[in-house]
Write a protein that binds this ligand. Structure first.
Ligand SMILES: [Zn+2]
Length: 297
């Protein structure tokens, strides 16, 4: 069986489609690269990505499930939680660098087609809510619990593993499920979406969806999805962000829907229009250092 066929088989299984539909570029392709899977050599990752660029509708997302892999180190290598997480993040970075090198080899116009996503990038509020429902179900519903444990055993059956180990390993499919079933990433912007790449967005739940812009914001963004206070917040102080921290250009401002909308935030240093990163002054770039979505820098 050729590698290409394996990819198509996987997509067929996930999206309930046919090989013909995939080859007709009906879908945007997400390539998930599992950490610790020996199949993903640099050469094989290159084959996957080149195949995806050729066959995708518009975009390719490369998803590296780094964080959720940590449990494997905990169970299999006997590492402590913290060390496991560190190792998983490190291994994820190695894969990210491989993917970046491959993207560099592509013609320039293809660069913006590719987005690399870590697990953190898909952990939206909606995702977290769904995962917590699944954990509750795993705790209370024995039928569901047994089914998940069976799936784990199918993939990693070993005499060395105890029931407790299997239970720990079950966190991996539990964490992965919401993404596989619903998807939290969208190609279509709305006034609520937050860009996490060029032409790639997440659709936050309440209250993230009502996050207002201010030219004097109280918060900034870490990585691509985490809203963090830039200094201590006062009681009842509004959580605001400068849209220029995650919006790349003014074209079709993805948080507002139209080009160059007028800002009425009332801040002393109000900039007339909702910002975008491209037009952000050097002074503000310096002020916002460490609080700008990392796909822009
Ligand atoms: Zn303003």
């Amino acid at each position: 069986m050729s590698k290409k066929f394996i990819i198509i088989m996987k997509i067929t299984t996930c999206l309930n489609t046919t090989e013909k539909e995939v080859l007709a570029k009906k879908f945007n392709i997400i390539i998930g690269i599992s950490i610790g899977n020996k199949y993903f050599t640099k050469e094989n990752i290159r084959d996957y990505l080149l195949w995806a660029v050729k066959n995708t509708k518009e975009k390719v997302a490369i998803l590296i499930p780094d964080k959720i892999h940590a449990v494997n180190y905990e169970v299999r290598s006997g590492y402590k939680k913290e060390r496991s997480l560190k190792r998983a993040i490190n291994e994820g970075e190695k894969i990210e660098n491989i993917a970046k090198d491959i993207i560099e080899e592509l013609p320039f116009e293809k660069h913006s087609v590719m987005s690399i996503l870590k697990w953190e990038d898909i952990e939206t509020e909606e995702y977290k809510r769904r995962v917590s429902v699944l954990y509750d179900e795993f705790k209370d519903n024995s039928k569901f619990r047994n089914e998940i444990i069976e799936i784990v055993k199918e993939y990693c059956n070993s005499e060395k593993l105890t029931d407790c180990d299997y239970e720990k390993l079950a966190t991996y499919p539990l964490e992965e499920l919401p993404m596989l079933v619903c998807g939290t990433i969208t190609k279509i912007p709305s006034i609520y979406t937050i860009p996490i790449g060029f032409d790639l967005f997440i659709d936050p739940m309440d209250p993230g969806k009502y996050l207002n812009h201010s030219c004097e914001p109280s918060c900034g963004i870490k990585n691509r999805t985490q809203i963090v206070a830039m200094s201590d917040l006062k009681k009842d102080e509004e959580i605001t962000i400068d849209y220029a921290m995650f919006v790349p250009t003014k074209q079709g401002h993805p948080r507002v829907g139209i080009d160059a909308p007028i800002c009425r935030c009332g801040a002393k240093n109000r900039r007339e229009q909702f910002g975008n990163y491209e037009e952000l002054s050097d002074e503000l770039r310096e002020k916002y250092k460490g609080y700008i979505s990392d796909y822009l820098i």
